[in-house]
Design a protein around this ligand. Structure first.
Ligand SMILES: Cc1ncc(COP(=O)(O)O)c(C=O)c1O
Length: 393
């Protein structure tokens, strides 16, 4: 209950179950972005003292994000979104032709496309890896998939398509034992569950700020382990991350070297405010609250006649519930629910390999956060039940 009280910003009009696409930003995040923009409109963005103040604030936010991800400040780069973070890793590693990258079938397009591109651009080989029927990755089977050519395993911590929370630390341990790098896509996990370099022992973590963190659109995070920073070529260069020295350039020796050009100041200020809110509430509290809401929603939806819920049905699921109801078009269900003040999403969620494995082309997805209430979940279940009943009649 305490968590719900702190969740100002939740809509009085809609029960919002689409955090997996983007959560409503916390008011503090909106305020941080808007007040900055208003000030630039009134005084101009480049007053020397204001600029200094803003850039100092960005560095404070970098330190706060680092603390949140159990990283050092020097290991954090601001990006425009989760996709850019993944691409910076993919484009930055100095590949040898024949290097293998393990990409499970659980992955969303942003953690597939860039690796496929590198097959033609850099001669790497994408090695597919099948999740089990719940969408879970088995670390021991992954161990068996590692060959002398395996360079990296890239996988999502919390799947947008199945809601499965992977055994990230175990996968990273198996990889490290074989001298294989790990990139963990935390786009859905960040702000939802405790995570970071210490917890996971990953080499790279990418994330975005508009989902679990409840920042605004337009900012992402890349965390790169300190010893790997010099080994990763910056894919972007220009003002902000380079300086001319004679005929050459110099780069900072921190992860700031992966950022180029004008930073997205409003979005980063919002990210900073959002991280403060998560820290204030406590990510453990958020995790516990989302877990309880998830269990209630899974129980409710599974109880609807003709319902199929995809992904794990135990504690390995967090916040995301994809489902179909026999004889119900998920898109029609979504439109109907909106007319009843309930927001869910339908589609393939750009995760077609796992949908293919389930033999479906689309599904509905309810995704929740700590601002949702048990009453909203009960309403969601009741409205789906009523719609499905009408469709069957
Ligand atoms: C699992 C997963 N990975 C990556 C992304 C990409 O993040 P962004 O939209 O910030 O580029 C998303 C966002 O939808 C996602 O759900």
């Amino acid at each position: 209950m305490a968590l719900v009280e702190q969740a100002a910003g939740a809509s009085p009009q809609y029960a919002y179950f689409d955090t997996a696409a983007a959560a409503p930003p916390v008011p503090e995040a909106v305020e941080a972005a808007v007040s900055y923009l208003q000030r630039t409109a009134i005084d101009g963005p480049y007053l020397p003292s204001f600029r200094r103040e803003v850039y100092e604030k960005l560095e404070q936010i970098r330190a706060a994000v680092a603390g949140f991800l159990e990283a050092k400040t020097s290991e954090i780069a601001f990006t425009r979104n989760g996709t850019e973070s993944i691409s910076l890793v993919a484009r930055g590693i100095r590949w040898q032709p024949g290097d293998e990258v393990v990409v499970p079938d659980t992955e969303m397009l942003s953690n597939v496309a860039i690796w496929r591109m590198l097959e033609s651009d850099a001669g790497i080989r994408v090695v597919p890896f099948e999740a089990d029927s719940d969408g879970m990755l088995d670390p021991e089977r992954l161990r068996a998939a590692i060959t002398p050519r395996t360079r990296l395993i890239t996988f999502v911590a919390l799947s947008n398509a199945t809601g499965a929370v992977q055994p990230v630390a175990e996968i990273c341990r198996v990889a490290a034992e074989a001298d294989v790098l790990t990139h963990v896509n935390a786009a859905q996990a960040v702000g939802m569950m405790p995570l970071g370099f210490r917890t996971w022992q990953a080499d790279f973590i990418s994330a975005c700020s508009r989902k679990g963190l409840r920042g605004i659109e337009g900012s992402g995070i890349l965390a790169v382990r300190g010893h790997l920073i010099p080994a990763l070529t910056p894919a972007l260069a220009g003002w902000w991350n380079t300086a001319l020295e004679g005929d050459g350039i110099t780069l900072p020796d921190t992860a700031k070297r992966f950022e180029a050009g004008s930073p997205n100041v409003p979005a980063i200020l919002a990210l900073g405010a959002a991280v403060e809110v998560v820290e204030r509430i406590g990510v453990d509290n958020i995790h516990r609250s989302v877990r309880a809401l998830t269990d209630r929603a899974v129980r409710g939806i599974r109880g609807i006649p003709g319902a199929a819920v995809y992904g794990p049905i135990d504690q390995n699921r967090l916040g995301i519930i994809p489902f179909n109801i026999d004889g119900v078009d998920p898109r029609e269900l979504t439109d109907h629910l909106e007319s009843r003040g309930i927001i869910v999403e339908a589609g393939h969620f750009m995760a077609t390999p796992i949908l293919n494995a389930y033999g479906i082309t689309a599904m509905a997805r309810a995704s929740m956060h700590y601002f949702n209430t048990t009453d909203e979940i009960d309403r969601l279940v009741a409205e789906i039940t009523a719609f499905a009943g009408k469709e069957a009649a």
